[in-house]
Write a protein that binds this ligand. Structure first.
Ligand code: BGC
Length: 745
């Protein structure tokens, strides 16, 4: 009898289904059938969280749950309404990445994404498909608003902070789109032809920083090719560089559409095919059976997947509430916009508008009503509401010219009805609603009846296509006429004109900026951004944002403009052969943004630029070299009359000789706390020798030359306040594998 009981319990233990735990991953892999393993590598259908972008597949018998992937980066994108319930599932629309980068404040970004990540968790999502972090190679890229900067250091630091904030919540991120996905036109097939130096120093550098300092759970490979090979199939990129060199230990997933050669993707180290199709399972299975994919390769990808899955809320059976605190998060979104908005111009200290006479405002521009909070495509967020400038100004006690306000409201309402009739959805590209013409006579009367004019210029953009030069980068004829007439009429009566740039990416400013007394740049600032703009106008908040990219004088001044499809007609021609459409030569090499402009062209506004309502002084800096680079300290004092924050930008100029380098490069930055008038803060910035290295293609190595380095402390790349220098006695180098391919001639 005794013996029988013993046997029974032995049998129960062994037939008891093995279930996945953090510490038995290899055992689970050992118990999986080949079909089960393969199924884990291909995304699947699901409806756990309506509106989520994708799922991973469940294997019930082994306790492997389905996990949920949904978009960002300006917030979580899920469907706000569901069948069979009155409950809603709205998310917070935080400021877009370009505005967050304008804060130059990683701690702020981390606070924002800590709140954002809470929504990811509480809505039952495991991974936020963000941050987007492709460099702003060209201002016309339709997704630049989802990205940070033209500079890899600023971009990398912002992305790392973003990742840390989200992942603090026990949910994951996916840094995307890896790599060289710098245009939307023909994004699925375009071959980015980039030198190894430009890749290493620019287009991969930001990802390197984000991976090393943020430790994202996942990375998303891009759609495009890089030097002739799809990035999702590029072993050198996804395994040698990402994992072996940078130490990435998460999963790589494809962007939403795995290419036909699924087998090559799997072998390259692309663990998960999204959105996932049966044919991809069939292909991988056949390759495993034929030996084309080895057991080790299969198990390596499966192990990566399981290591990811055991970290997810679904694996932990997290009981999500579907009720994040949207009110608290709205306050975070507003504060983030306030801390990031850039003041580009402030003639005769017009702003802040302290005098009560300025309460009578003529508010112009379709975007004053149809305010662009975020952008279109997968980066859009379903928010309860996007505040616009009309309501934000009224809420702050301004009196608007009501006839004018009503005129814009009616036009926007009409346009929205047309959208509805045409069933336009959010994926339909719309760069801007056409601006409304207003007669010079009407503007003349408005100038008599109001004391200040505010013109909101709006631009939208989004996934799937790029912006155009005409009527987008450049103002449209109607916008130009409106600005001119407003400026003439108001200035004739000594009344000021303010322009608010509610734009997703850089526009031309040089030809019209003289028409405005003040220019405020909130980019696409999220659902509360309009309130933040008004807080800047009134002086409730002192602006402290700085440009994360250059504003050129002319589009053709931009080195990449010759290799970018900036007119629709450029997309025509023989498929496979179209320059800048089927393939794009990154002929400007490392000379992107300020790296080029500083020594070659005057600009409208330089990288790093932004004004404040106060002034700051910089102490003599201290720079101390050590074996591993240097440490700089500098004391900033608020010398003005109102409290404010200052960003110190640290640039390094390398000694002559060796590789040709930009005149100076951003190597560190720091932002003060809010300094009261007279108050000081000492900032410390550390830069390692590796961070100062340039990439030598001939030897496939990073090299930091010996010699005297200049350290420049500036308020923009052009405005250097003080400098110091140090000597690096010994040259250093770091060899890496030459695995990224070469651009075709
Ligand atoms: C976009 C990604 C996005 C994915 C899922 C793709 O088309 O390029 O950024 O995460 O769709 O929605």
């Amino acid at each position: 009898m005794l013996c029988l009981t013993g046997l029974l319990s032995f049998a129960q233990t062994n037939t008891r289904t093995l279930t996945l735990r953090e510490d038995n991953i290899d055992e689970v892999i050992g118990a999986m059938t080949t079909e089960e393993k393969v199924s884990l590598l291909v995304g699947g259908p699901g409806n756990l969280v309506p509106g989520a972008a994708g799922y991973t597949r469940e294997i019930e018998r082994l306790g492997i749950p389905m996990t949920v992937l949904a978009d960002g980066p300006a917030g979580l994108r899920i469907q706000p309404k569901r069948e069979g319930t009155d409950q809603t599932f709205y998310c917070t629309g935080f400021p877009t990445s370009t505005l967050l980068a304008s804060s130059w404040d990683p701690a702020l970004v981390e606070t924002v994404t800590t709140a954002m990540g809470n929504e990811v968790l509480e809505y039952g999502v495991d991974v936020l498909l963000a941050p987007g972090m492709n460099l702003h190679r060209n201002p016309l890229c339709g997704r630049n608003f989802e990205y940070y900067s033209e500079d890899p250091l600023l971009s990398g630091k912002m992305a790392a902070a973003y990742v840390r904030g989200i992942q603090k919540n026990g949910v994951g991120t996916s840094v995307k789109h890896f790599a060289a996905n710098n245009q939307e036109i023909n994004r699925l097939e375009n071959d980015a032809r980039v030198s190894n130096r430009a890749l290493r120093e620019l287009y991969l550098k930001n990802f390197e920083i984000a991976v090393k300092e943020g430790k994202p759970w996942t990375v998303m490979s891009s759609y495009n090719k890089l030097n002739g090979e799809y990035t999702q199939q590029k072993h050198g990129l996804l395994t040698t560089v990402l994992r072996d060199e940078w130490g990435f230990d998460g999963i790589v997933m494809t962007d939403w559409g795995c290419k036909d050669n699924t087998v090559k993707s799997a072998k390259a180290g692309n663990d998960l095919m999204e959105w996932g199709k049966q044919v991809e399972i069939d292909r991988i299975l056949a390759a495993v059976n034929s030996g084309e994919i080895s057991q080790e390769e299969l198990d390596r990808n499966v192990r990566n997947m399981l290591n990811y899955i055991v970290k997810t809320p679904h694996f932990r059976h997290y009981n999500y509430s579907n009720k994040p605190d949207l009110k608290a998060h709205a306050a975070v979104a507003r504060k983030a916009a306030e801390e990031s908005i850039i003041l580009l111009k402030n003639k005769e200290k017009l702003l802040p508008l302290e005098d009560d006479c300025y309460k009578k405002v003529a508010l112009y521009g379709v975007a004053s009503v149809d305010f662009v909070g975020i952008g279109t495509g997968s980066g859009e967020v379903n928010t309860t509401h996007i505040a616009n400038m009309q309501e934000a100004m009224k809420e702050a006690g301004f009196t608007l010219d009501e006839d004018l306000a009503e005129y814009y409201r009616q036009y926007v309402a009409q346009q929205q009805t047309i959208d509805k009739m045409e069933q336009s959805n959010r994926w339909k590209y719309r760069n801007i609603r056409e601006e409304l013409a207003i007669s010079a006579k009407a503007i003349g009367l408005q100038a008599q009846n109001n004391n200040v004019a505010i013109v909101v210029i709006g631009r939208n953009a989004g996934e799937g296509t790029d912006r155009t030069l005409k009527d987008d980068f450049e103002l449209s004829a109607t916008e130009r006429e409106l600005l001119q007439n407003v400026s003439t009429a108001f200035h004739a009566l000594y009344k000021p004109v303010i322009v608010v740039l509610n734009i997703g990416g850089v526009i031309e400013t040089a030809s019209w900026k003289h028409l405005a007394d003040a220019i405020v740049l909130p980019w696409s600032p999220g659902q509360e951004g309009a309130h933040a703009v008004v807080d800047i106008l009134t002086g409730k908040v002192n602006p402290s944002g700085k440009l994360p990219m250059t504003f050129p004088i002319d589009y053709m001044d931009i080195p990449s403009s010759r290799n970018f499809p900036y007119r629709w007609d450029m997309t025509k021609g023989r498929k496979g052969d179209r320059k800048s459409v089927d393939y794009t030569d990154y002929a400007e090499d490392i000379w992107v943004g300020y790296r080029y402009f500083l020594t070659n062209r005057e600009v409208s506004y330089p990288f790093g630029y932004g004004l404040s309502y106060t002034t700051f002084s910089y102490s003599k800096p201290k720079v101390k070299a050590d074996k591993d680079g240097f440490t700089a300290t500098i004391t900033v004092t608020n010398t003005g009359k109102v409290a404010g924050r200052e960003v110190v930008e640290l640039y390094v100029a390398a000694p002559a000789g060796g590789l040709e380098k930009p005149a100076r490069e951003l190597k560190a930055f720091a932002k003060t706390k809010l300094l009261a008038p007279g108050e000081s803060e000492t900032l410390t910035m550390k830069v390692s020798a590796y961070e100062m290295a340039s990439f030598n293609e001939a030897t496939s190595s990073w090299e930091t030359a010996a010699g005297t380095y200049q350290v420049l402390f500036g308020t923009s790349v052009e405005d250097i306040c003080t400098t110091a220098s140090f000597r690096l006695d010994k040259a250093q180098s770091w060899k890496v594998q030459d695995v990224l391919g070469k651009p075709e001639e």
